[in-house]
Design a protein around this ligand. Structure first.
Ligand SMILES: [Mg+2]
Ligand SMILES: [Zn+2]
Length: 219
């Protein structure tokens, strides 16, 4: 795959011009337990306890929720995009098991390796920009079903400049790694770094406070 792996969530909403904030969530170490190596199939998806409750609370608070994950096993040839689709279906099933509103709106995954020099692998903000465009800007006339591929352009990031402004002041990025914080910074998000063994529940009380600007990040 040259582009970003794209998979809509289970709710059949049409997304279009919207002023809702977006919560960009890393996947492994935020929603589900990260593994040594990779999560290689649906049977290896283990929800981090409470993650579904927090996703449900985010949705109830008016956030759109977009998962942004680096998944290089695809470009490494370990397994294909269909497998990733199955993994996300299982993750979604477990999230909804904790909270009936915990529907992810959009799953985005970069299938590349570092050496591929793509525009989507975090800390590049390419997936965040695509998520913003797909959830808040475009008017999808006919929504493409199933996982598909979307080519993107390389966003220009001035890592030595001032932190950019995100399209919405409450946009946030939650991740367990520095690359997540970098991608969120480059898109202007409020940043919340979590411990990979705790995940999303670690920051619940923080993002609920609109005054919280989140963690700092030095590129
Ligand atoms: Mg992670
Ligand atoms: Zn990529």
């Amino acid at each position: 795959m040259e582009g970003v792996f794209v998979q809509w969530g289970p709710e059949p909403d049409d997304f279009g011009p919207s002023s809702q904030p977006v919560a960009f969530l890393d996947r492994d170490g935020v929603l589900n337990l990260g593994k040594e190596g990779y999560v290689n199939g649906p049977d290896e998806v283990e929800l981090l306890k409470g993650a579904g409750l927090v996703v449900g609370a985010l949705k109830e608070a008016g956030y759109l929720v977009c998962v942004v994950t680096n998944q290089s096993p695809i470009q490494r040839g370990l397994w294909g995009p269909e497998r990733l689709g199955d993994i996300h279906h299982e993750l979604q099933r477990q999230l909804l098991g904790e909270h009936s509103k915990a529907a992810i709106d959009l799953f985005l995954a970069c299938p590349h390796r570092f050496k591929d020099g793509c525009a989507c692998r975090k800390p590049s903000p390419g997936m965040l920009r695509l998520g913003h465009q797909m959830l808040r800007e475009e008017i999808p006339t006919e929504r493409q079903e199933g996982p598909f591929e979307r080519r993107i352009e390389s966003p220009v990031v001035d890592w030595w400049g001032k932190k950019p402004s995100s399209p919405h002041p409450l946009d946030l990025m939650v991740g367990d790694r520095r690359s997540d914080m970098g991608a969120g910074w480059a898109f202007g998000c409020r940043l919340f770094r979590v411990n990979a063994s705790i995940g999303l529940t670690q920051v619940q009380l923080q993002w609920l406070n609109d005054e919280t600007s989140g963690d700092s990040f030095q590129p």
